[in-house]
Design a binder for this molecule. Structure first.
Ligand SMILES: NC(=O)c1ccc[n+]([C@@H]2O[C@H](COP(=O)([O-])OP(=O)(O)OC[C@H]3O[C@@H](n4cnc5c(N)ncnc54)[C@H](OP(=O)(O)O)[C@@H]3O)[C@@H](O)[C@H]2O)c1
Length: 299
């Protein structure tokens, strides 16, 4: 819609080349099909079918020449997050953690800064910048008082929405996560959050807030990718519920032997019940190791 507005009369009788099938529905902008017809575009070439809309049919019905599926395999990686979210109706979830070689994220006295070095931290901030939202549990806010903004990396995208799963509204009014930028506190119904904080009410389950409802709320607000940055309790709930699509783990060359584990109980009592994951990438970042992995899903 923006490109057509900028092209103005130059778009008349023109050909539109896009990665995704133009939509026939109203999202953040009006239907792309309406904008194309208003602009007088004669031909549309696109790579990937939109699983949520049928814009190509609408255009063909009124005489626009449409070619779909062109270079689809080349276009798919760039649309992977959007497509995955469109198929599931929830944002793509990446769980990020930093741990010692023995899988600890904080020492016995709860100190946790810094497990990894500057290169790994800058890389983690780049991943933050690539996500629409960053989510932590209230335990992490109370323990670390994080800002959750991308500050160290090289990617300068609009900062992600910061989200705190905080059933009882325990986020302190002076918490750094509430300063400078957009933050959403997910609280249980009827709970009062600090004055001025943007909140969303999410029903409780035995483990905490209902993560399916929370993800649905975020999707409704336009969030298509969420980086879950801990802690162990919130991450375990995500793993248990099967909502983690990918993990990015940074391993620092330290041993603690005691302290907070990277993940709380996920209901695995015996090795046969262990959850299978597949390693996608291993990269050494100036002395730390970054592992990207995906759960192996049946079917
Ligand atoms: N190295 C790392 O990568 C890393 C990253 C983050 C945190 N950490 C460390 O992890 C520690 C904090 O982790 P944590 O496990 O104690 O707390 P957490 O996972 O950050 O937060 C847990 C809290 O989130 C709330 N919550 C809401 N919905 C939930 C759900 N569905 N499932 C689980 N929790 C839900 C609950 O609050 P209520 O209790 O109010 O119900 C719960 O107690 C700190 O020591 C921090 O330094 C390390």
């Amino acid at each position: 819609v923006t490109a057509l507005a900028e092209a103005g009369p130059a778009a008349r009788e023109g050909t539109l080349v896009v990665t995704l099938e133009p939509c026939a529905s109203t999202g953040r902008t009006g239907p792309c099909t309406t904008a194309l017809l208003d602009a007088g575009v004669a031909r549309v070439v696109y790579a990937i079918d939109d699983p949520t809309s049928t814009g190509a049919d609408v255009l063909r019905a009124v005489g626009v020449s449409v070619a779909g599926g062109v270079l689809a395999d080349d276009a798919r990686p760039g649309l992977a997050v959007w497509l995955a979210a469109a198929e599931t109706g929830r944002p793509l979830v990446t769980w990020k953690f930093a741990s010692t070689l023995d899988g600890r994220t904080a020492a016995a006295d709860t100190t946790s800064q810094w497990i990894t070095g500057p290169a790994a931290r800058a890389d983690a901030h780049d991943w933050r910048a690539r996500h629409d939202a960053v989510l932590v549990g209230i335990g992490t806010v109370l323990a670390d008082d994080p800002t959750l903004t991308p500050r160290l990396g090289t990617i300068h995208a609009p900062p992600p929405l910061r989200v705190v799963a905080d059933p009882d509204g325990r986020t302190p009014a002076h918490a750094r996560v509430l300063a400078g930028g957009a933050t959403l506190l997910a609280v249980a119904p009827g709970v009062r959050a600090p004055a001025g904080a943007d909140t969303v009410e999410v029903p409780r389950t035995a483990a905490g807030l209902d993560l399916g409802v929370l993800l649905g709320e975020l999707y409704r607000r336009g969030v298509r990718s969420v980086l879950v940055e801990g802690g162990a309790r919130l991450a375990a709930s995500f793993v248990r519920a099967g909502y983690v699509d990918r993990a990015i783990g940074y391993l620092g060359p330290l041993l603690l032997g005691a302290g907070r584990p990277v993940l709380d109980d996920v209901g695995v009592g015996t090795i046969d019940a262990a959850r299978p994951w597949q390693i996608e990438d291993v990269t050494v970042l100036a002395g730390d190791v970054r592992i990207i992995a995906r759960p192996v899903r049946e079917g």
